[in-house]
Design a protein around this ligand. Structure first.
Ligand SMILES: Nc1ncnc2c1ncn2[C@@H]1O[C@H](COP(=O)(O)OP(=O)(O)OP(=O)(O)O)[C@@H](O)[C@H]1O
Ligand SMILES: [Mg+2]
Length: 407
């Protein structure tokens, strides 16, 4: 197996054209830079993929997102060669999969990858465990061995108790879990998931996303995940690839997609997303610069400077109290010179990977937030204004793109 972080899937200059003569005039038109609609009008051929390049690293969840017809399924299907490509290369763990055929291809697929689709077809007359072990049965794995593997996979998706139930007795969500278990049963390095959760109710869907991320934390598979839902993409993706008309528009971490949309098209998508769910505290925090408990109130206020507040730390560097500008001025106004009288102990702590939404309530009250590391030591200070500014900056960016696009 490849080392963690190493590139395991790569699409390189991949074109896919659908029609009777994919390498003919249509291909020339695409190479000349004509768009999908124009190529269709002039040649009657459909552009599935237009010079697609991306790579997926070992252990990562790479999400391809785009509207219906943007080429997502076509892209994933080149990876297990359900589709032949018109031009380019598709590398999987060093093998040019498009050169494989017959039993070589079959073996490669079985050994390397599991696939989960939107409408996962289970065999209604087989029970859950037999459905889960079906791929292994095809591989002629003995019954006892495949039952062990199937039970293990079912336990990963929380369905072990249902192993001997009839598949008709399962809800849609449970059936989709069996689909995931089936893909996991042969323990492939790579999971190809095409709209695997799209048919599920929102609540069940979120549960499935959470479960998949839990399973991923344990198994570290390489997951190529297709969805048309940007929220899903940003929620589960380590990196997200946005496609339009068969071409890649942008590849980036969820945060990059949200904060640096490459085009107006991406910005428009991003507009409907709750930024605060993705941007992390580390993006907006300032150096901790704590105040000293032995200071006078006026020195402490001077040390806070133009921040909303600052923290007092103990010998281990852990924050023990907070001085806000408001509290300090109020105490001074009442004639106090004692820092202690103005300190408060009820303040919010957050890890640097906490999302802005999670600290939004504190920010809304105008209170600074103490960013602490695993040992509880102060590593940053978040000013509530920075949170508001970051959210505002992203909105401003989108407005900017909109003016560019529509005016
Ligand atoms: N077998 C095929 N024959 C002809 N055209 C096809 C075929 N498969 C896909 N296409 C075309 O290729 C383009 C990309 O389709 P694809 O299925 O990859 O889109 P998608 O992004 O997966 O969309 P959806 O979200 O609806 O599943 C579409 O215009 C589609 O019509
Ligand atoms: Mg599709």
């Amino acid at each position: 197996m490849a080392d963690s972080g190493e590139e395991i899937i790569r699409l390189e200059d991949v074109f896919k054209i659908f029609g009777p003569q994919p390498r003919g005039r249509a291909f020339d038109l695409v190479k000349a830079g004509l768009g999908k609609d124009e190529v269709l009008r002039r040649s009657g051929h459909v552009v599935g993929l237009n010079d697609v390049n991306f790579s997926v690293n070992q252990g990562e969840i790479f999400v391809v997102m785009g509207l219906s017809g943007s080429g997502k399924s076509t892209a994933i299907r080149t990876v297990n060669k359900l589709y032949d490509i018109t031009h380019g290369h598709v590398w999987v763990d060093g093998t040019d999969v498009q050169t494989l055929d017959g039993t070589d291809l079959q073996l490669f697929r079985r050994e390397k990858m599991g696939m989960v689709f939107q409408h996962f077809a289970l065999f209604p007359h087989r029970n859950v465990i037999d459905n889960t072990g079906y791929g292994l049965k095809v591989q002629k794995v003995p019954k006892e061995e495949r039952d062990i593997a199937a039970l293990k996979a079912l336990s990963l998706v929380g369905l072990e108790p249902y192993a001997y139930n009839a598949t008709q007795e399962l809800s849609g969500g449970m059936q989709q879990r069996v689909g995931l278990a089936r893909a996991l049963a042969s323990d492939p390095d790579i999971l190809l998931m095409d709209e695997a959760f799209s048919a599920l109710d929102p609540l069940i869907r979120r549960q499935m996303q959470d479960e998949m991320m839990e399973i991923q934390n344990e198994l570290h598979k390489t997951i190529l995940f297709i969805t048309h839902d940007l929220n899903e993409a940003l929620r589960i993706g380590d990196r997200v690839c946005i496609m339009k008309d068969g071409a890649v528009v942008q590849i980036g971490t969820p945060e990059e997609i949200l904060t640096q949309p490459a085009t107006g098209y991406v910005a428009e998508f991003v507009q409907d997303v709750d930024q605060g769910r993705v941007i992390e505290v580390r993006e907006v925090m300032s150096p901790p610069d704590p105040i000293d408990a032995g200071m006078s109130l006026s020195d402490a206020l001077a040390a806070v400077g133009d921040r909303a507040g600052a923290f007092v730390v103990d010998a281990a560097g852990k924050p023990t109290a907070m001085l806000t500008v408001g509290d300090g001025l109020r105490a001074a106004g009442m004639g106090s010179t004692d820092l202690d009288a103005a300190l408060r102990q009820d303040f919010e702590r957050a890890a640097e990977n906490t999302t802005l939404n999670e600290v939004y309530a504190s920010a809304g009250r105008g209170l600074p937030i103490a960013v602490v590391d695993d040992s509880g030591a102060l590593i940053g200070n978040v000013d509530p204004r920075n949170i508001m500014e970051e959210m505002g900056r992203v909105e401003g960016l989108i407005d900017g793109f909109e003016r560019e696009v529509f005016l």
